[in-house]
Ligand binder design. Structure first.
Ligand code: 2P0
Length: 318
């Protein structure tokens, strides 16, 4: 065991979504998902020896009891099931926590890499991936930089992403914590949405076509597939019983305006939305200023720009 280790991991945004576990214990998804690791926000986590016997956990500088339980359970994958002691964990999210901006993804990816170093467990990427997704399914994709495929058998792989000039505009419609967590909502979708299996079937096809579009360097096909897949996921969420609505009127106003702007060839932007009301727009650097102007004219919320993360989850203190 080392005295101290620090790791960082990027957030990731799925372009083909993960929404449902076919195996709850092992956290295996019903369909493959494909994401981009982004450089706008990250989690940085430090594990250090503590003179006190107790395990302590701070999130953004404050003790956090709810997360502490989850983190202590997670760390037991690195300690052969022994509850951690004489340990302090400090974790900082540079973006808003639990606002549909993937902070749990960067959080568990950073923690997994940090723990592997701190406890000197020497897990391979494949072993680490199977542990990371137990913390949070989507965290598995934050282990790698760039474009990442999470297969239904639980493995991950990097996909070549032939658009170096691509950016994401993140429109923060609401940065407060969501009322219904994605774990609970996706479980409800699996069990109650009448067309859940149609979504799974379509997502398998979307993942194949998406990879084909990457190979063809076809940004339009990539963007349209991402937008259709995200809207299909939200239809599933909306038609679960009881229904869940992550997207607000403001989210839909933004999405419709961006679709209209694209159809009238003002700029080429494609929307994707997660378990919250925020809208992320995929576009190229050439359209950035046109989009900024459009956002101002239509009173969009402030725009956060993100490029692609080229680092992934790594140790940063050596
Ligand atoms: C995704 N989301 O692919 C999808 C799209 C949100 C919407 O993965 O239960 O926190 O921990 O495996 O990973 C968010 O769900 O859920 C998520 P668990 P997770 O990014």
């Amino acid at each position: 065991m080392r005295k101290q280790s620090t790791a960082r991991a990027p957030i990731n945004i799925a372009l083909i979504k993960y929404w449902g576990k076919r195996d709850e214990q092992l956290v295996l998804p019903y369909n493959p998902s494909i994401s981009l690791s982004l450089d706008v926000f990250e989690t940085k986590t430090t594990m250090m020896d503590s003179p006190n016997e107790a395990f302590t956990f701070h999130l953004n500088g404050q003790p956090n009891e709810a997360m502490k339980q989850k983190v202590s359970r997670f760390l037991q994958h690195f300690t052969k099931g022994v509850y951690p002691t004489h340990l302090h964990v400090e974790t900082f999210n540079s973006g808003p926590t639990a606002a549909g901006l993937a902070s749990s993804a960067s959080g568990f990816a950073a923690l997994a890499v940090c723990a592997n170093h701190y406890y000197q467990t020497g897990f391979t990427l494949e072993e680490l991936a199977s542990i990371t997704r137990l913390g949070s399914g989507s965290a598995i994709r934050s282990l790698l930089p760039g474009c990442v495929l999470w297969n239904t058998n639980g493995t991950i792989e990097s996909l070549p992403f032939p658009f170096p000039e691509v950016y994401m505009a993140i429109l923060v419609v609401n940065a407060f914590e969501k009322k219904i967590g994605s774990t609970e909502a996706m479980k409800s979708s699996v069990h109650t949405c009448p067309h859940y299996l149609d979504f799974v079937k379509q997502s398998h096809q979307d993942a194949v076509m998406f990879q084909q579009a990457l190979m063809n360097r076809d940004l339009q096909a990539v963007g349209l597939l991402a937008e259709q897949n995200a809207l299909a996921m939200h239809q599933v969420i909306n038609s679960s019983i009881p229904p869940v609505h992550y997207l607000t009127e403001e989210s839909y106003r933004i999405i419709h305006l961006i679709q209209e702007a694209r159809n009238s060839k003002l700029f080429e932007g494609y929307c994707t939305m997660d378990a919250g009301p925020n809208v992320k727009v995929l576009m190229t650097v050439q359209d950035k200023s046109k989009f900024e102007e459009f956002a101002k004219t239509h009173h969009f919320p402030a725009v956060l720009w993100s490029g692609i993360d080229h680092v992934g989850a790594v140790i940063v203190n050596e």
